[in-house]
Design a protein around this ligand. Structure first.
Ligand SMILES: NC(=O)c1ccc[n+]([C@@H]2O[C@H](COP(=O)([O-])OP(=O)(O)OC[C@H]3O[C@@H](n4cnc5c(N)ncnc54)[C@H](OP(=O)(O)O)[C@@H]3O)[C@@H](O)[C@H]2O)c1
Length: 277
């Protein structure tokens, strides 16, 4: 099966199909070195967020790479707890300034509700609509190349689309073998919302799954490569993270093998080990 090296968003913007994740990589040398290693390994898509606190070092590494800015796709996110029209405009200005870029390729609302709120976030509907209106404004003014959301389920997506008539270009959600997020993916398709798969290795939990260990041996690849390739064959955009240069390279080397339809389905049915924090 042919997988794409790039996807095309609903507005025609091209986006490299594997992105480099930077969550939990400290600002400073760690984020700088990891981002630079990713760019040197061939990644042309970097995923950061205001909440990760590492936008400065990610931006510095992008400049140091010597790769022309227009060849690198940069995503960042508005903090989950910061909502509202003017807040979104102000925070966008801060994010591009920290990254040292003129504009982002993709700006996301990080989550439908602040992380510490234990409800489903429906009560943030009005704030999300106001925030989304600011995102649409930034997009229509040409200040950002594409806009989207993260951690949104259908009940969060529908109100912002209904209120603005503008569907996100992308939705970044937790998605990996064992948790294929069918409801959100199915809802997104008619709107041509690209699904980005965050934590494609389940933040490391996938390595404990014997079925995946066996399949990795069968295909002669690493378990990480198997999981990342699964995302691509399903049409998602995986965002693997690593601070280890060898793993960073390995995770990008996913275009030379093919998982059978049977094994793709088997991978979907694995049981994820519990999250241990
Ligand atoms: N929008 C959101 O709310 C959200 C939430 C979570 C994540 N994300 C995005 O998705 C990205 C990835 O998710 P994630 O950070 O949860 O982690 P992940 O990519 O699912 O897994 C990363 C873990 O796997 C290890 N690892 C990576 N490649 C490996 C390999 N080839 N062999 C063995 N171990 C390997 C890493 O270790 P080392 O680093 O030590 O090598 C790290 O412990 C994030 O960085 C972020 O950009 C977004």
């Amino acid at each position: 099966m042919n997988v794409k090296h790039e996807y095309v968003l609903s507005n025609g913007v091209r986006i490299p199909s594997v992105g480099f994740g930077t969550w939990q990589i400290k600002n400073g040398k760690d984020a700088y070195d990891a981002t630079l290693a990713a760019l040197q390994a061939g990644y042309r898509h970097i995923d950061t967020a205001a909440a990760y606190g590492n936008e400065e070092s990610v931006g510095a590494a992008i400049r140091a790479s010597g790769i022309p800015r227009e060849e690198i796709f940069i995503t960042s996110k508005l903090k989950a707890e910061l909502k509202g029209y003017q807040t979104a405009l102000d925070e966008y200005a801060k994010t591009i300034s920290r990254l040292g870029v003129e504009k982002l390729d993709l700006y996301l609302i990080h989550a439908p509700k602040p992380w510490h709120i234990n409800s489903n976030g429906i009560e943030y509907t009005e704030q999300n609509i106001d925030t989304w209106k600011a995102f649409v404004h930034l997009y229509e003014e040409g200040k950002v190349r594409s806009i989207g959301v993260s951690n949104f389920r259908p009940e969060h997506l529908k109100p912002i689309i209904d209120a603005t008539g503008f569907a996100p270009h992308a939705n970044q959600i937790f998605l990996c073998p064992g948790d294929a997020q069918k409801t959100t993916v199915d809802f997104s398709q008619p709107y041509k919302i690209l699904t980005e798969a965050y934590s494609p290795l389940a933040t490391g939990r996938l390595f404990e799954v014997p079925k995946l260990q066996d399949l990795a041996v069968k295909y002669g690849v690493t378990l990480a490569q198997l999981a990342i390739r699964w995302s691509l064959q399903r049409g998602f955009l995986p965002l693997p993270k690593s601070v280890t240069p060898e793993r960073i390279r390995n995770n990008f080397d996913v275009f030379g093998f093919d998982i059978s339809a049977f094994d793709l389905a088997e991978m979907e049915n694995i049981v994820l080990p519990p999250w241990r924090g």
